[in-house]
Design a protein around this ligand. Structure first.
Ligand SMILES: *[C@@H]1O[C@H](CO)[C@@H](O)[C@H](O)[C@H]1NC(C)=O
Ligand SMILES: *[C@@H]1O[C@H](CO)[C@@H](O)[C@H](O)[C@H]1NC(C)=O
Ligand SMILES: *[C@@H]1O[C@H](CO)[C@@H](O)[C@H](O)[C@H]1NC(C)=O
Ligand SMILES: *[C@@H]1O[C@H](CO)[C@@H](O)[C@H](O)[C@H]1NC(C)=O
Length: 441
């Protein structure tokens, strides 16, 4: 076992040297001092591969597919010392992950030698049965015996504690299972230094939203943008855009909406719309901050084609995307953008040279519009620092990002993964055009 004090200096205890000699020693949870947090990798495992992408659904795939497509994130996070792993509501081939002893105890704890603790999702053991909580004693037995160490019980925790205690006393759940859970939870707490400093370190509160952190977030935005199209051909690129122009148009539902830039799980579970929920820079503000002072920036969320044609814009930036969502609210069988976004693309790009920036948590239907638009950028959910988008659009920095997912042509191709025999994506996994910074812009 490796013990990391709050100072961040690792201490290796003699009894544990055998573990540390093991080439898999990185499976030990690691927290580098009081300025780092205990992380949680989730949702174990196959959560991204459910049938039709439906939340909490069933992932149908053979073991080889599970290990090669869905498991690599866990290999990496365990080696980096992730302290906790949360189990998925979803099932693998019909077996609820919260009940899957083979994958939680067998693979995660025994094969990968994960030494942090396994936590359930919110009412995760309740949902082992259909309907949820139909047989709670069964849920307790099955979840604990699967190898879950900490159970997230949002409401009636005495029911859980009483049920668990009864089952341990009656040897339905072996004491060795409790010992394993307690050992793992205590190990993480020791490593976090909670026994030396049990309370939150309030001296760090002033760091929240600090300039330094916003700069880092802005850099993350710059580096995560993926340029999917840039002009009709490589010798006629549209990007980087000139900062100096007489008049430019910024359009689209996501151009001036911090809540939309941030997506779900921001301030509220399902996210919000608008600019007064948190501090930050919208993409529109970022553009205004970046262009030449003489460039006139016209912002119109949903311009008509007539409006665009009747103005002499040098070029247009259209920012569209998905509204915020989390979990089941994000389920979509069509993966289309809202109609307002599609009409913004048509009205603007049909009339003037345009770059379309897509704000989305995933690839969306874009193929029908690719020939209409001049440049296309996947910005994912850039968060509060919309300035990072302008930094790259106008060439202060180059585009460098690559697709970490395959971008489909039509939803009926899904699921489609790199390596599939009939791989026919719109943009393949790893795709991303580059530009070079133009300091003279
Ligand atoms: C609940 O599950 C247990 C098995 O753990 C079973 O013995 C019992 O009959 C079930 N109760 C109901 C009401 O289905
Ligand atoms: C909590 O669970 C116990 C045992 O099932 C039950 O008797 C009690 O009514 C529950 N309390 C609430 C507030 O649901
Ligand atoms: C801004 O926030 C306030 C609450 O602080 C709310 O009452 C108001 O409706 C919000 N305005 C917009 C445009 O969202
Ligand atoms: C696509 O699916 C979403 C979510 O289910 C739905 O709200 C929307 O109306 C659908 N769009 C079309 C064009 O069918």
């Amino acid at each position: 076992m490796i013990y990391v004090r709050a100072t961040g200096i690792p201490y290796v205890f003699a009894p544990c040297i055998a573990v540390c000699r093991d080439p898999r020693w990185g499976a030990v949870p690691f927290v580098a001092g009081n300025k780092k947090v205990a992380a949680c990798a989730k949702h174990y495992v196959g959560d991204g591969g459910t049938t039709k992408g439906i939340n909490e659904n069933n992932t149908v795939i053979d073991r080889h597919g599970l290990l090669s497509i869905h498991m690599p994130g866990y290999y990496n996070s365990i080696i980096k010392g992730v302290a906790t792993i949360m189990v998925s509501y979803s099932s693998w081939n019909g077996v609820k992950m919260h009940a899957n002893r083979d994958l939680v105890t067998g693979f995660l704890k025994n094969t990968l030698r994960f030494r942090g603790f396994v936590i359930s999702d919110w009412q995760g053991i309740d949902r082992i049965t259909t309907p949820p909580h139909a047989n709670y004693s069964y849920s307790i037995t099955t979840g604990i015996n699967a190898g879950i160490d900490m159970i997230m019980v949002p409401y009636n925790y005495t029911e859980f504690i009483d049920g668990l205690t009864f089952q341990v006393k009656n040897k339905i759940i072996p004491m060795s299972r409790i010992d394993d859970a307690v050992r793992r939870i205590l190990r993480v707490k020791f490593i976090m230094g909670l026994f030396e400093n049990p309370l939150a370190d309030l001296s760090l509160v002033s760091q929240l939203g600090s300039k330094e952190h916003r700069e880092l977030a802005r850099e993350a935005v710059r580096r995560s943008l993926v340029l999917l199209k840039n002009g009709e051909s490589a010798d006629k690129p549209l990007l980087p855009l000139p900062k100096k122009a007489s008049k430019i148009l910024v359009a689209g539902s996501h151009a001036d909406n911090l809540g939309y830039q941030c997506g779900g799980w921001t301030i509220e579970w399902q996210g919000l719309s608008g600019n007064n929920l948190t501090q930050g820079t919208t993409i529109l503000t970022g553009i205004k901050n970046t262009v030449d002072p003489e460039t006139k920036v016209v912002y119109k969320e949903n311009p008509t084609a007539e409006f665009v044609k009747s103005n002499d814009f040098s070029y247009a930036i259209v920012v569209v995307g998905e509204p915020p969502y989390a979990e089941t609210f994000g389920d979509s069988l069509n993966l289309t953008l809202p109609a307002s976004g599609l009409s913004a693309i048509k009205n603007v790009c049909g009339a003037v040279k345009c770059v379309v920036i897509v704000i989305s948590g995933r690839p969306v239907v874009i193929q029908p519009y690719v020939s209409l638009l001049d440049a296309l950028v996947a910005a994912w959910l850039p968060g509060t620092e919309g300035q990072g988008v302008a930094d790259v659009l106008f060439g202060d920095y180059g585009f460098t990002g690559k697709l970490s997912r395959t971008w489909f042509k039509t939803v009926d191709q899904l699921p489609m993964n790199v390596g599939d025999p009939h791989y026919d994506p719109l943009f393949p996994f790893g795709f991303g055009l580059t530009t070079t910074p133009t300091k003279a812009n």
